[in-house]
Design a protein around this ligand. Sequence first.
Ligand SMILES: [Zn+2]
Length: 277
Amino acid sequence: MKLTIKECYDRIKGADMVLLGMGIDFEPDFKAVLNSNKIYERFKDDIDSLEETDGLWLEYAIYYHELASEENQIINEKLEYINKLVNVIDKKNMFVVSTCALDIIRFSKFNQERVVTPCGTILKMECHLGCKKDVYDSVKHYERLYKKLESMYKDEKFDKTYILQFIPICDKCEASMEPNMLTLVSYSEEGYIESWELYNKWLSGTVNRNLVMLELGVNFDTPTVIRWPFEKIAMINKKSLLVRVNSRFAMLTPEISETAATFTMSSYEFINEISKI
Ligand SMILES: [Zn+2]
């Protein structure tokens, strides 16, 4: 169906429940974030010369520092758009599914208990060899590594042997740990399973309800997480509406032409427009 952005806004405001799917548009350029950090700039070549898993820890420690500082311009720009969305959907019975693993959404104003990130999070870690499925908090390791990087920066010397002692290792097989992300070597689904169960329970409550699904910038990397399930709901629940916003992949299947609308634009253009209403 054809809808204007104003009509989408009205449907959201009139909805019983809102499901938000967030894709690649909300993931920052990881390297660009690193490049905006002075310690990374100074030690980039030293970090690149490390073994991959070790180098990765220093990169994520720097990225986490930028994320948590709330002063990084690239990250803040994305965060600002996410918070504009919060204002539009605010006070609705809602859930957010995001394929982004770089966790900007974790610093947004969304109710964090209603956010699930099935493609992982940098805030947790697992054994790099996958010898066990347990996931652990990774933040304290990033903070410690960053402190060590800061002191090496002050001394103007990268001490490889020293910094490597602070890379967390698995207590079972002694391999390095790695951030809990689908895109890395090993991936433990334990990291999101609890919120996934909560999400599925919430979804079962959408049956036959006036549900608006807003799908923003989701590509085909993991279509089973957002695109296909949203389409399936739009096909089954005749009271639902799927709004697909995508600058490249805005197409819809004919089966859902009565319960779906599409906008060929970036998530940012859409958010800009809808938050002006
Ligand atoms: Zn292990």
